[in-house]
Design a protein around this ligand. Structure first.
Ligand code: PHB
Length: 391
């Protein structure tokens, strides 16, 4: 009798599309905190779109748990990021904190991740130090120095002898400046000037004038995703392209999200980075097609893969723990995971919890009428050079 009524209840629930009584599927919430408005909206939109795409492709259930994304807009403000993270942990009981579009936003949450023992998946921010601020931080984006040392090596090999560096004046910019300088000068290169531009409302014009006056072979630039367009515009307005100064940088400068708007002046710019929309693997071709179909008018940039791979990390960790959401067990499960991303092969370094990935050298070219970063050389399995040097 008891058996029969249970079966009936199960059948009714199944017909109604509801979880069966007593077998109710537990929901695991992922707090996704991103700048969805303000100057860094493009980062937020790219990551949110990629995280949703991953869930569409892989289903919302993993290891018997239903995954629910709880998206919050931090507008790029660190105080707000911290408050949202607290609310998500305390009220929503999220089992993962994810996102973090800028370094100060990731740093603001690290102490909370430690205290609450909740894994903090950094999907965007790129300063080396972030993973050292909490044993619960695991990164699927990049470190800025990974790209900075590779473009420095390229410059040395390409007969670039004198460089002016121009970076956004905050932590990842300082990383970009230091890593490039150390690598470039160790090989005999000369830094003629080191210029730092404010992060908020930057006016590059006076800095570009100083760069031009120093007459370098190349101007090396780091600006965060989305800010490259202003640098390019002012570089051209000053006629620096005509004075024979090459523009080089980390790939944040020629961000695929905004590159189509640069015009022909961008042709030939050389950068080093972890991902290009034009990366020629079958996995990436499928990713770009699915992303563009789900988000008409958008093409995926390097921020998007941090979101996509961050969701993969969460899914795989839950599979390994058999659906258990203990924070320490989840981080342990993440260490050493390796898989093929749309960007190429990647892994989580078990010692540092930071990402190990290929860095590609790319040149801006027209492909089927559109501007793209076309990869022409690969540095394989690059670890964060800053942490590697500390050992
Ligand atoms: C950062 O704030 O760490 C950051 C943001 C955007 C980038 C790179 C680094 O493109």
């Amino acid at each position: 009798m008891l058996r029969k009524s249970l079966l009936m209840a199960l059948a009714t629930a199944a017909l109604a599309g509801l979880p069966a009584p007593g077998l109710a599927q537990e929901t695991v919430k992922v707090g996704l905190i991103l700048p969805m408005t303000g100057p860094f909206t493009s980062t937020g939109k790219q990551i949110a779109a990629a995280a949703r795409l991953y869930m569409q492709e892989h289903g919302a259930t993993v290891a018997g748990k239903k995954i629910e994304l709880v998206l919050k807009d931090d507008t790029g403000n660190a105080e707000l990021t911290k408050r949202l993270a607290q609310e998500l942990v305390v009220s929503e009981k999220v089992r993962f904190l994810a996102g973090f579009g800028l370094t100060p936003l990731a740093l603001a949450v690290a102490p909370l991740a430690t205290e609450a023992k909740v894994p903090q998946i950094v999907m965007a921010a790129g300063t080396s130090i972030i993973t050292e601020r909490s044993p619960f931080v695991v990164r699927t984006s990049f470190t800025v120095p990974q790209s900075a040392v590779v473009i420095a090596d390229w410059a040395v090999k390409s007969n670039v002898k004198k460089v002016v560096t121009l970076v956004s004046d905050y932590a990842p910019g300082h990383d970009a400046e230091k890593s490039f300088k150390e690598r470039f000068t160790a090989a005999g290169g000369q830094i003629a000037a080191e210029l730092r531009v404010p992060l908020q409302n930057p006016d590059f014009a006076p800095f570009l004038q100083r760069a031009a006056d120093a007459k370098p072979d190349a101007l090396y630039v780091f600006v965060p995703s989305g800010a490259g367009a202003i640098v390019m515009k002012q570089f051209l307005e000053r006629g620096l392209d005509k004075s024979g100064i090459r523009l080089i940088g980390t790939g944040d400068l020629t961000d695929d999200d905004i590159l189509p708007g640069f015009g022909d002046a961008a042709l030939g710019i050389i950068t080093a980075h972890l991902y290009a929309t034009a990366h020629p693997s079958p996995k990436n071709k499928a990713y770009v097609a699915a992303f563009s179909k789900a988000n008409p008018g958008m093409r995926p940039n390097f921020m998007s893969v941090g979101g996509y791979d961050g969701m993969h990390l969460i899914y795989e960790a839950l599979k390994k723990t058999g659906g258990k959401t203990d924070g320490e067990a989840l981080v342990a499960a993440m260490k050493g995971l390796a898989w093929e991303s749309p960007r190429g092969p990647i892994a989580i370094d078990p010692q540092t919890r930071d990402i190990v990935q290929n860095i590609y050298i790319r040149k801006v070219e027209r492909v089927n009428g559109e501007l793209h970063n076309v990869e022409f050389a690969t540095f394989e399995a690059v670890k964060d050079p800053v942490k590697a040097a500390k050992k």
